[in-house]
Design a protein around this ligand. Structure first.
Ligand SMILES: *Cc1c(COP(=O)(O)O)cnc(C)c1O
Length: 229
């Protein structure tokens, strides 16, 4: 079941890739979002060749991490509070949800302590949704420059969560805007940062996100079914 779902999602990704511009052929990272799913379900996905795991909560990730095959890349996609940074840095290969210099500095400090360079993405709140985290556009350039000075952090790109709307064509222009922003940020002068990843698209909108330029998508429900809370 999980295996079949994973294959279906990968096929959809391939179809979406074909609709992209010719210069957009790089590989897509499919993050299997495993929040509220069991370690057994996660293991099934990993056995079916899932390479990237996405978790939202530190506590849940800490419980699952020790029992799972480590040969996967762990992505934190949920909001990170400074008091959880120490644990997050221990587990996650990528922290996708950085949206303030305060959190970035805390990550830098904890990563430095364990001789790690922590990969991060900066979460953008493109349309100023009150209910969402993420940095506003006007504050983005200075945050990126400030993060670039932190020696135990590697800034690798941007993350975006689209508003949940019924008409999916409403989110397409936002994905377009995010891709344009991503290209602009790639042109900025950095010391250490390498802007490679644009993470956007979930179960209901990942195909559109890829068509518009995402190279990381975070998919839960389409792989594991609905979450039980
Ligand atoms: C839960 C979650 C996802 C996956 O959502 P689905 O709709 O189940 O694919 C993706 N990104 C973030 C940030 C999430 O919190």
């Amino acid at each position: 079941m999980i295996k079949d779902n994973l294959i279906a999602v990968k096929n959809n990704i391939e179809t979406a890739c074909k609709k992209r511009q010719p210069d957009m052929t790089e590989k897509i990272k499919l993050i299997a979002v495993t929040k509220n799913h069991t370690v057994e379900e996660m293991q099934q996905a990993i056995d079916a060749d899932a390479k990237f795991i996405g978790e939202n909560r530190i506590q849940e990730a800490m419980e699952k991490y020790p029992t799972l095959n480590r040969n996967v890349e762990w992505h934190l996609i949920g909001h990170l509070q400074t008091n959880k940074v120490k644990q997050a840095v221990k587990i996650f290969d990528f922290i996708e949800s950085v949206d303030s210099i305060k959190v970035a500095e805390a990550i830098n400090k904890e990563a430095n302590k364990i001789d790690k360079v922590q990969n991060i993405l900066v979460q953008v709140n493109l349309v100023k949704e009150q209910s969402k985290n993420g940095i506003y556009l006007e504050d983005l350039p200075s945050l990126l420059q400030d993060i670039d000075t932190l020696s135990s952090i590697k800034l690798c790109g941007l993350m975006f969560i689209a508003p949940n709307v019924d008409d999916l064509e409403e989110v397409r222009p936002m994905f377009k805007k995010m891709y344009k922003l991503f290209r602009e940020v790639q042109q900025m002068q950095f010391t250490a940062a390498e802007i490679k990843y644009l993470s956007m698209g979930m179960t209901h909108d990942y195909q559109i996100a890829i068509e518009e330029g995402a190279n990381v998508v975070r998919v839960g429900t389409a792989i594991f079914g609905p979450r039980q809370y």
